[in-house]
Design a protein around this ligand. Structure first.
Ligand code: ADP
Ligand code: MG
Length: 140
């Protein structure tokens, strides 16, 4: 059975453009509840670790540089079938391919600066949530 938690970040392009509030509204309107939320900024070591699965991809260096370029909002979200439901809400990685009405279609500026992160599995949602939040924060 699919889990009911996912993890997201509002990325530096979106926080810098003043889109944080509008994106949070879209997430709530789509039926998610925020279980934990934090405004912070990634160090290079944080971003390298968070995106370690992509270390051999050609865009890894660019991704780390971009993700450390400004503040982010990290959050744990709850809804039935959370991972798939949230991926649907954010749309395709490349905003040029994202469906109308999705967060990336509305707010992303490029395939790299694509406004939001969404976990790709229940397992990664748990790992990514642990990266930012203590056990106490995750279980409140
Ligand atoms: P998603 O975030 O949709 O799960 P991936 O896990 O494949 O996408 O990639 C992680 C992040 O790396 C993307 O959200 C985007 O910021 C960046 N990225 C992906 N593909 C590219 C690319 N071809 N060029 C630059 N950045 C990319
Ligand atoms: Mg991914």
């Amino acid at each position: 059975m699919a889990g009911n938690k996912t993890f997201t970040m509002i990325k530096p392009d979106a926080t810098g453009a003043g889109h944080t509030g509008k994106i949070i509204d879209k997430i709530i309107e789509a039926g998610f509840s925020f279980k934990a939320m934090k405004w912070t900024q990634l160090t290079t070591a944080d971003a390298q670790q968070f995106y370690l699965v992509h270390k051999d991809r050609p865009f890894y260096g660019e991704l780390v540089e971009y993700m450390t370029s400004g503040p982010i909002v990290a959050a744990i979200l709850e809804k039935d079938n959370a991972v798939a439901s949230f991926r649907e809400l954010i749309g395709a990685t490349n905003p040029a391919e994202a469906a109308e009405g999705t967060i990336r279609k509305m707010f992303a500026t490029s395939i790299a600066a694509n406004a939001v992160h969404g976990s790709d599995s229940d397992e990664n949602a748990a790992i990514e949530g642990s990266f930012f939040f203590s056990q106490r924060e995750r279980t409140l």
